[in-house]
Write a protein that binds this ligand. Structure first.
Ligand SMILES: Nc1nc2c(ncn2[C@@H]2O[C@H](COP(=O)(O)O[C@H]3[C@@H](O)[C@H](n4cnc5c(=O)[nH]c(N)nc54)O[C@@H]3COP(=O)(O)O)[C@@H](O)[C@H]2O)c(=O)[nH]1
Length: 740
């Protein structure tokens, strides 16, 4: 692009030599008055011939590819053409003062600006002179003696012009260099990143403002320092070979994130990119670009922390724990020590969450995390897996006794009550323990096995710890098989009920029967409820299964009645999850209506512990069921709270004394011993509350007699009859064989 004429004029004016210098150059070229006279004489004759000369000149330019490409823009070409024409007109006009010089400079500048190199420019003069020679010869053919002096005069003026043209090129490129240096200085000084020039051996030569701000040293101070002075010894171990490679031309550039040691002792994260300069760049062999990346690093660190820690407790999360396990295993491979993984789960945490709210649950979790941290060594890791699950990792363990001792310490620590929202809570826990190398050689296996051990600890009655063993794994597999089979048990018709008669202790009559569930998967052995009720409960399958039990039992009650048996009471067990299931009363009402079973012929058995977990809502549910006329019994009495006065608030009809209690009282065989006295008191107190007392698990005549003596109302147990099919019970009635 050609610069605007006004700008060209201005620049050309700045380049103007003084008049004296112009005269001196003309003198040196021996331009005389005769020369000027000769040129003036030829001038008018030459004008009509000029267009041809100029056209020939441009044709010639177009034969050279590099020039053709510079002249391809028609606007540029036209302007150059005009300039050229004006030039030729002035060339022989005979006035070579300042206007002529300014014009020459302007033409030179115009060509320099379009990128025409000086060698082409000088070559162009050769072309003019070559083409004008024959023209002059022709014009002076009638005065042949004039040709040579006139041509010589023309050559002197052309040489004068060439000198001026070279001036424009030299001055313009000097100016460009000055401009570029000024731009570099501005960019260097004002840059938003740290910039520095370094010597090949790593001395700071020149630094910009930003770099001084980053490290807190002035440029003067840095000039007396070496790059090694700003980094730690570890970083220098990495930087030194890189610097050598850069200085020896083995590496073009190197980029590293590291921490600079600032003047005030701070460490700041920077990204330093060092590039080797051309070998002729003098002292400044290297250029460094230094970016302050401390904010990004801090952000990354925060993100990293979030990604590896539990937000509520600040403890390690699963990702970090698995990382630490890998480290611990690698360490133990060298030392020969073991690694222990303790998997913890709070017992009845759901109850705390449900009854006191999630905020209380969160406070419990935080406090548990704090106690766990307090119980372990600094080198151990406490992690939370969400909910109420925690994992403690113990690296470098000489013996497994230490893991057992710590598990006990944790159980004790959590046994200490904590005050949450005015409630004293002691969220006991169960712990499963796995060990490297015995139980697995990677984090995931150790976790899986610690989880299996935890499951076992819970099955053992909670509040204890268990070490993993191979057979637990088999149990876990069994559990998975059971779970998937159970999902289809109802639709495949694999469930069945057995009925255990309940006997009036006064006369031995059968008053009712308890429905007890069995599962008969196709082609397999009968599965007893103890093996699958917990799984059904944990998976929620108990809800549809429980409804099937209720419907089948109620339908059976009606079938017996219709078969001519007395109007028996049918007892059905409700699990914790079923009892808490919204809409339980509606479901019961629907089943009663569908089957035609009278509400007072149905007795629902609920364990004491289920009622005591959330007594208020339990009382409401029981009240709704009681209002429907359904009978309610407390199952397994004697195994939990055993608080009769507390049970007063529930609208219950019967109390079932647990078989373990029956076994114990009867073993002493006398009402005078403590257990006997307590049993007598319980029965009397229950009676005073209007409750019927049913003894479970009566296996012997002595037990029956003993209970009779205590005025216990009813009993069930193997002594009278084992659970049996509906048809067998019907048969029993017909034979009248149940009365004992
Ligand atoms: N939520 C539901 N729970 C149910 C259902 N069906 C049963 N169960 C519960 O499973 C537990 C085990 O039941 P089961 O194996 O059927 O055992 C019952 C009786 O066979 C057994 N029993 C009865 N008499 C004696 C005896 O003299 N000795 C002795 N060792 N065992 C005896 O007791 C079980 C009945 O107990 P209980 O319910 O407490 O009256 C058990 O907890 C069942 O409740 C179901 O449909 N839903």
């Amino acid at each position: 692009m050609l610069a605007k004429p006004s700008e060209l004029d201005r620049t050309a004016s700045h380049m103007m030599p003084a008049d004296a210098e112009i005269q001196q150059r003309l003198l040196f070229l021996e331009v005389t008055a005769e020369d000027i006279q000769l040129l003036r004489e030829i001038h008018p004759l030459l004008q009509p011939r000029l267009p041809d000369v100029i056209a020939g000149f441009y044709r010639h330019l177009h034969t050279i590819p590099v020039l053709r490409s510079l002249l391809k823009d028609p606007v540029v070409l036209d302007r150059l053409y005009q300039v050229q024409a004006a030039y030729f007109q002035s060339l022989t006009a005979g006035d070579y003062g300042s206007d002529y010089v300014r014009h020459r400079l302007r033409v030179g500048l115009a060509h320099q600006r379009i990128g025409l190199a000086p060698e082409w420019y000088i070559g162009a003069y050769r072309k003019y002179l070559g083409d004008l020679g024959p023209v002059l010869e022709d014009l002076l053919r009638d005065r042949p003696g004039r040709f040579l002096p006139t041509y010589s005069a023309l050559m002197k003026v052309a040489s004068f012009d060439m000198g001026l043209a070279l001036d424009t090129y030299i001055k313009a490129s000097r100016q460009q260099l000055r401009d570029s240096e000024a731009r570099f200085r501005g960019a260097f000084g004002q840059a938003a990143v740290g910039l520095a020039q370094l010597s090949a051996d790593g001395r700071w030569l020149r630094v910009n403002r930003k770099l001084q701000d980053i490290v807190g040293y002035t440029e003067e101070e840095l000039r007396g320092m070496h790059v090694a002075d700003l980094v730690t010894a570890e970083d220098w171990q990495i930087d030194a070979p890189l610097l050598r490679a850069l200085a020896h031309g083995e590496l073009e550039t190197s980029s590293r994130e590291k921490r600079y040691l600032c003047r005030d002792g701070r460490r700041v994260w920077v990204k330093a990119t060092v590039t080797a300069m051309q070998p002729d760049a003098g002292d400044a062999a290297l250029v460094a670009v230094i970016e302050d990346i401390s904010q990004r690093k801090q952000f990354e660190e925060e993100l990293m922390h979030l990604a590896r820690h539990d937000a509520l407790t600040g403890l390690a999360n699963r990702t970090l724990l698995l990382d630490r396990v890998s480290q611990a295993i690698a360490q133990s491979r060298r030392s020969g020590n073991q690694v222990a993984m303790l998997f913890l789960d709070l017992d009845r945490f759901k109850t705390i969450n449900d009854s006191l709210g999630h905020d209380a649950g969160d406070r419990v979790v935080i406090e548990v995390g704090r106690r766990l941290k307090q119980a372990v060594r600094d080198a151990d890791t406490v992690a939370r897996f969400g909910g109420d699950e925690f994992v403690v990792l113990l690296p470098e363990l000489p013996t497994e006794d230490i893991a057992a001792a710590l598990a006990q310490k944790i159980l004790n620590a959590l046994f200490e009550p904590m005050l949450i929202h005015g409630h004293e809570l002691a969220p006991a826990c169960s712990i499963g323990i796995s060990l490297y190398p015995r139980d697995g050689d990677n984090g995931k296996t150790l976790l899986k096995n610690a989880d299996a051990a935890l499951y076992q600890a819970k099955a053992m009655g909670r509040g204890n710890y268990q070490f993993y063993s191979e057979e637990m794994n088999a149990r876990t597999l069994d559990r998975l098989t059971l779970e998937s089979g159970l999902r289809h048990a109802v639709e495949r018709g694999e469930l069945q009920l057995k009925y255990q008669p309940q006997i009036d202790l006064a006369d031995g009559a059968i008053l009712g029967a308890e429905a007890l569930l069995r599962w008969q998967p196709a082609g397999q052995q009968l599965v007893m409820p103890d093996a699958f009720i917990t799984i059904a409960e944990e998976t929620g399958l108990i809800v549809p299964i429980g409804e099937w039990v209720l419907r089948t039992a109620c339908a059976q009650q009606v079938a017996w009645r219709q078969a001519g048996l007395p109007d028996l009471r049918i007892a059905v067990n409700l699990s914790a999850r079923q009892f808490r299931q919204p809409g339980l009363d509606a479901m019961v009402a629907r089943v009663l209506a569908d089957t035609g079973c009278a509400a007072d012929r149905l007795e629902l058995e609920i364990t004491e512990s289920v009622l005591m977990e959330r007594p208020d809502s339990a009382a409401e549910t029981l009240q709704r069921l009681s209002d429907m006329g359904v009978q309610l019994a407390i199952d397994d009495f004697g195994t939990g709270y055993s608080s009769l006065s507390y049970l007063k608030r529930f609208p219950i009809n019967a109390l079932k004394i647990d078989r373990s209690f029956v076994r114990d009282i009867a073993a002493k065989r006398a009402a005078s011993n403590d257990d006997g006295a307590i049993a007598a008191a319980v029965i009397a107190l229950a009676h005073s509350m209007g409750l019927t007392v049913v003894a479970e698990g009566v296996e012997t005549e002595q037990q029956r007699d003993f209970l009779r003596q205590l005025h216990c109302d009813q009993a069930q147990g193997f002594y009278f009859s084992e659970p049996m099919s509906a048809a067998a019970l019907e048969h029993l009635f017909i034979q009248g064989a149940a009365s004992k």
